[in-house]
Design a protein around this ligand. Sequence first.
Ligand code: ATP
Ligand code: MG
Length: 180
Amino acid sequence: MYLKRLEIKGFKSFAHKVDIQFEKGITGIVGPNGCGKSNITEAMRWVLGEQSAKSLRGHKMEDVIFTGTDKRRAMGIAEVSIVFDNATRKLPLAFEEVCLTRRVYRSGESEYFINNSSCRRKELKELLMDTGIGKEGYSMISQGRIDEIINQKGEERRLLIDEAAGIVKYRSRKDEAEKK
Ligand code: ATP
Ligand code: MG
């Protein structure tokens, strides 16, 4: 399973629709200061369900929507889609490719889609459980994250180990059952 494509429209500095294709292997993104490199990684975290506006360098969620420039009007919607190759069926869906989409409006309301079908954030979270891909999954290591993991307490660090072991979904189902 690998990241195939990222489509960004109206998110942060990306007013125009950009479609980034990733080949197998390593991809490097280079460019001058302020050109939007970090915005790309934030778009990835955001589409996977990030809910903290602060961790996306904003105050509220609508801050991710393109605010406009001298030449271009502000936009009303931000939308990001991320496409994974799912030939190995790592994601438990009968599709060769899985496309996850998130959209946010100026009201701050978010919508989520799995292969263009509307879904709840919870469904997205469950789909990504135990894959390492979620917004806090180990597949995304941001600056400072290693130090954070080293300094975590046992319980917190265990979440990461559970995810790698693939048992988060069982723990989550058990917690749900106990609540009932
Ligand atoms: P560096 O090399 O300094 O780390 P970078 O390539 O990572 O730079 P980013 O931090 O991704 O750059 O991009 C910053 C740019 O994004 C700034 O010019 C900022 O004004 C712009 N930006 C952030 N949010 C928005 C928004 N909502 N609307 C329009 N532009 C935005
Ligand atoms: Mg940066």
